[in-house]
Design a protein. Structure first.
Length: 240
């Protein structure tokens, strides 16, 4: 018997194919459940906010895309404010977290502190308060460090650079030593001001940080149990 492909049947077949494809595209756990997006808050200054860039070129957007690209469903929130110092970041910390704790907070602050010559003691105190507050709230935290330029003087440089590993240790947080790793002082990866990365520069930052971020999510259990860990698969995807 010959079956005629009517317009209705063609539409129905196409709909079924699209529906099946959409199901396959949604990350699932080993038990077949749809994976809940991991919520990450990026607390920072203009380097996080995306100064001089289109909205879809900013660090949080590119990080979210990179996580999705290795199989981690994520929502990365942009809590960056251009010109902000560690004082400002501390003041708006609770507001940035929202009503529910995120799965991870990336703290990337301090660049404006040394640009403004803010005393190291104040910067360190603010960072310690941020770390202690997040630890008290049991919010997994990744400290993204900054490095003071030699032009600030050897004493200032040494004291400033020591802030981030010390705070990470005190707050039992993860540490990424230098937020601008691979981008700082690279003319082709920075805007004309020599301070803010281009979209390509942000991409390099994300690529460099991604293994640390995924490992942080694995260690905090944000990805679920080892048996159905989407981040474990993501780590494999990054390595390969």
């Amino acid at each position: 018997m010959r079956i005629e492909a009517t317009g209705t049947m063609i539409w129905l077949c196409a709909s079924l194919i699209l529906a099946a494809a959409s199901v396959l595209a949604v990350p699932t756990t080993a038990f077949g459940q749809e994976a809940k997006p991991i919520r990450v808050v990026a607390l920072g200054d203009s380097l996080t906010a995306g100064y001089g860039l289109a909205t879809n070129e900013a660090f949080p957007v590119q990080l979210e895309a990179a996580l999705e690209g290795v199989g981690v469903p994520a929502r990365v929130e942009n809590a960056g404010v251009s010109g902000d110092t560690t004082t400002g970041g501390l003041a708006r910390l609770d507001w940035s977290l929202g009503s529910e704790n995120p799965d991870l907070v990336i703290v990337a602050l301090g660049g404006n502190d040394f640009l403004r010559g803010i005393p190291v003691e104040r910067t360190r105190g603010n960072m310690e308060e941020i770390g202690a507050s997040l630890q008290a709230k049991q919010v997994p935290t990744l400290i993204a460090g900054m490095l003071a330029p030699p032009s600030m003087g050897a004493e200032y440089e040494q004291a400033f650079n020591a802030i981030y590993p010390a705070v990470a240790e005190q707050a039992d947080a993860f540490l990424y030593p230098f937020f601008l790793e691979g981008v700082a002082f690279e003319r082709d990866l920075n805007q004309p001001d020599g301070i803010h990365p281009t979209a390509e520069g942000i991409g390099v930052m994300v690529e460099n940080m991604l293994p640390t971020i995924v490992q942080s999510l694995i260690e905090t259990g944000a990805c679920g149990s080892p048996a159905d860990s989407i981040c474990g698969e993501a780590a494999f995807n990054i390595a390969s």
